[in-house]
Each structure stands twice: as C-alpha cells, then as structure tokens.
Write a protein that binds this ligand. Sequence first.
Ligand SMILES: Nc1ncnc2c1ncn2[C@@H]1O[C@H](COP(=O)(O)OP(=O)(O)OP(=O)(O)O)[C@@H](O)[C@H]1O
Ligand SMILES: [Mg+2]
Length: 327
Amino acid sequence: MSEVLLEVKNLHKRFPIRGGILGREVAAVNAVNNVSFKINRGETLGLVGESGCGKTTLGRSILRLIEPTSGQVIFNGKDITAMNSDEMRVMRRKMQIIFQDPYASLNPRMTIGGILSEPLDIHKLFRGKEERRKRLYELLDQVQLPKDTLNKYPHEFSGGQRQRICIARALAVQPEFIVCDEPVSALDVSVQAQVVNLLMDLQKDLGLTYLFIAHDLKVVEYISTKVAVMYLGNVVETAAAAELYGNSKHPYTKALFSAIPIPDPARKSERILLEGDIPSPMNPPSGCHFHPRCWKCTEECKVEYPGITSLSGTHDFKCYNPIEKGQ
Ligand SMILES: Nc1ncnc2c1ncn2[C@@H]1O[C@H](COP(=O)(O)OP(=O)(O)OP(=O)(O)O)[C@@H](O)[C@H]1O
Ligand SMILES: [Mg+2]
C-alpha cells in the first residue's frame, strides 16, 4: 500500500478586491474552491487547466506562501495549516517550489555559488567550508552542470541551464516534496524534454514527490502518476493520466484532452471546440461553473455544484451528466 505524503482537504483561497478611497471590499475572487486530493510519496500529481483557473494559487497555498482562507494541508501526517511560523520554518525545508521563469527567480548580482549556498547557510546544513564545497559540487552533479558553474553569474547561462540551477537550489535543503509551477513552459521544446527527464531521474534517485503544474497536456501525461483537471478554482476530475485520456468523465476534461494531436492515423480524434470564453472568476456562473459552456448541461447543473463521484476509488469527478464510455 502506498503511503500518502500530502493530503489537501477542502482548501479554499479567496482574494478580496478592494476599491474606493476607503479601500472597502468591492468584490472577491475565489481562486481556489473546496479542493481536495492526495499525493502518494514518490509520485507526481499533474495539475492542468486554462490560464487563470487557480493552479499557481493552489500550489502556493499548499506551501503557505500565500495563506489559504480555509481548509487543511496535511503533510507527513501533520496539519501544516495549523503550524506557527517557527514550526513552518522547519517544515519549509521539506517543501520547495520551482517557478516558470528561471530568469526572474535568480538574483543577477549573485554567483551561482552564492545562490546555492544561501539555503545551506540558512538551514545550517554543513560543518565547515570543506563540507559545504562538497555539497555544492554534489548539487551541481545532480543537475548535470560542471563545477566551474559556481563562479559564474545567472546571465552566463541559457534558460535550460538556469532552470537546472533553480532545481539545484530547491534540492539544497533535501526536500521531500516540490511544487513545479510550469517549470518548462518558458523553454524550447528540445530543452523541455531534458529538464522533464532530469526531474524524473531525480524523483527516482531521491524519492521525491511532485505537484507538477503545466499547460502542456503531453508533458503532464508523460511525467504524472495522476492528473487533476482544474476549472475556475475547482478540481473537476482526477485520475491516472491514461484513464483520463481514454475515459474522461467530465465534459471539460474531454474537451481539453481532445485538443491533443494524436500522431496515429488509426486513432481518430474528434476535437471538441468549447463555445464561449472562460467566465470571470469574480462572478462565476451558478451551480457547476462549467455549465454555460457544456453541451451536456441540464437544469440541475445550473443550481448546485455537483459532489464527487468516485469510480473504484481512483477516478474522481464532479459532474451530474458524465460522459459514457465510447461517447
Ligand atoms: N494576489 C492576488 N490578488 C487578487 N487576485 C489574484 C491574486 N493572485 C491571483 N489572483 C486571481 O486568482 C485567479 C487564479 O490565478 P492563478 O495565477 O492561480 O491562475 P493560474 O491557473 O496559475 O494561471 P496561469 O496558467 O496563467 O499561470 C485569477 O483570476 C487571478 O486573477
Ligand atoms: Mg500560474
């Protein structure tokens, strides 16, 4: 039986929008709505959905880089949402994040040696200069960069190399869990594959657990053990990648996955074009937020958000009129 490393329970993040000279709350964005899932140790949960659906907000709320409005995050059996700042500092070592933009996330005035030493110094993870140097070399080796990297500055590297440096910085504190927020979206396709393969090798060698956020469904399918599909703040379907691909239950998932080109002429792919734009998260539609764009919508969809239906405990979805197999 696999061990659950991270459990997210009914997580909610609401951003108040203030206006007027008094700064009163005039509206709110429910960026993350009642989200629940589990990730087993050593596995990857892929998170997909259109821009603005709340993926980054969810990733950051899990790490408490932004405070969740309500709900729980259980890490290694401990509720981190209930921890004070001292306890959280200890916890931060175990949970790291890698960002989309490897240009913006490295200080241009620091050498790579300085950048990678920072987390080691903060958490006092070495004894003496020699041990620290050894650890820095080990980190570079893990991300396949040469030793002379240490004396150089971020501008001397390509996007892919900078992302490797960001990965090394995340690994410095020996984390168990990493939120990868679109780590390859800003890179060339050929470099994307190298970085994704590096992340997968590191996962195997170090037993890491990932939440992998991406736009590119092909990348997500490749790297993920399970995939969660998000729409306007809600996770609408979760299942193994192949199951989602072949047996989507939620119409939104079906539409999203139908957009992937299939290189096999024997497999016919019918592309589903969704009508209408993504509604504003400030004023989402009633009931199931997807109903105005859904071709299977019935009256009940407009009234109340559907609860979770679970197929054999491994495939969950929120829909009143799920897609039948072969439909
Ligand atoms: N600090 C903030 N204050 C107010 N609203 C915010 C804030 N951060 C995010 N939002 C809103 O929350 C919603 C979700 O944003 P988020 O960045 O999490 O989406 P995303 O799925 O990561 O998008 P993308 O794919 O473009 O990165 C958006 O409507 C966004 O405008
Ligand atoms: Mg984002």
